[in-house]
Design a protein around this ligand. Structure first.
Ligand SMILES: Nc1ncnc2c1ncn2[C@@H]1O[C@H](COP(=O)(O)OP(=O)(O)O)[C@@H](O)[C@H]1O
Ligand SMILES: [Mg+2]
Length: 301
């Protein structure tokens, strides 16, 4: 498959449960070789979309292609896909290591590769010391870590991870993200759903779902722009009113809040132009956050 072709391409996807239209004409391309974050309120259809991609449910309308194949053939390429569900999918009465062995066997990994993958992944998810523990006796975070390791055992080209970092501590979440970065550098694709905005900001592309459609889609920077959010430069000045007048005359959008002058920036390159006019005692750059962008986009919808 060439790298230009999207890993997943959905066109006008419709799925209803009873009278509820959960996917309502969803159209999206997930490019190959990126981390793509699917965000959206509970019930917006994220999990349903992922389940449709692996054909755990039939569509009522529209089309999906996965790794260049129509979704009707996705069963033939399961060995290239890793799917981590939002719910518990491991064997509680098998140990950590036995669960991994089971998944490795399912994908027909030979003994040597199996051992290598097992050690590498147990280390990545920090479970080396707990390999003999029963999955059913793991804490929530440990269970998530084991689920991820099992999902990765066969080195899938396409990873579908439904809220994989729930209950995982921040240090290990960072390890996961570093690992995802490594996978995408190898050309693999990681589709991930999360509620955590700081995680979305780490993705190359973000899709914000609302009521079964893409409400906003693009790189985090594009989403910020779409929501009309811009970085803001705060300046502490000896004579804020005087500098405000000078900067306004040059067309800058200025506010003075509690004696602090605030300038909305079109681009970071404007900072040096502003500093050529005003000589601050102190300054701070406030970058807009994705969270605010989504709040605005939700209100506008
Ligand atoms: N198998 C199902 N049967 C009936 N309703 C379902 C089923 N799966 C999902 N739903 C409903 O579809 C909506 C979207 O669910 P879901 O895709 O899980 O959203 P999200 O993952 O964004 O929270 C929810 O209202 C949910 O109750
Ligand atoms: Mg979900």
């Amino acid at each position: 498959m060439n790298q230009k072709q999207p890993a997943i391409s959905a066109r006008g996807v419709v799925k209803s449960f009873g009278r509820q239209r959960v996917l309502d004409g969803l159209t999206v391309d997930i490019p190959s070789g990126v981390t793509y974050c699917l965000l959206g309120p509970n019930g917006s259809g994220k999990t349903t979309f992922i389940r449709a991609v692996v054909r755990l449910l039939r569509l009522d309308g529209g089309e999906i292609s996965v790794l260049g194949r129509p979704v009707s053939e996705v069963g033939k390429i399961y060995s290239q896909i890793g799917y981590m569900t939002q719910h518990k999918a491991l064997y509680p009465d098998l140990t950590v290591e036995e669960n991994m062995q089971f998944y490795a066997g399912l994908y027909g990994l030979d003994k040597q590769l199996r051992e290598e993958r097992l050690e590498e992944l147990l280390e990545m998810v920090d479970l080396l010391e707990h390999r003999g523990r029963l999955a059913g006796a793991l804490s929530g975070g440990m269970y998530q870590r084991l689920s991820l390791a099992c999902t990765l055992i066969h080195q899938p080209r396409l990873l579908l991870l439904d809220e994989p970092t729930v209950g995982v501590d921040p240090r290990l979440r960072q390890t996961f993200w570093d690992y995802f970065g490594r996978l995408t550098r190898e050309g693999k694709t990681v589709l991930i759903t999360t509620h955590l905005m700081d995680e979305a900001e780490k993705c190359q592309r973000v899709g914000y779902m609302r009521a079964g459609r893409m409400a906003a889609e693009g790189s985090p920077e594009e989403i910020l722009r779409l929501a009309g959010l811009r970085p803001q430069l705060k300046l502490w000045l000896a004579e804020p009113q005087k500098d405000a007048a000078l900067l306004r005359a040059q067309g800058y959008e200025i506010e003075i809040v509690d004696g602090v002058l605030q300038v909305r920036l079109e681009s970071h390159a404007q900072i040096k132009d502003i500093l050529a006019v005003a000589m601050p005692l102190d300054m701070r750059l406030a970058e807009p956050r994705l969270e605010e962008a989504f709040l605005r986009l939700s209100e506008a919808a």
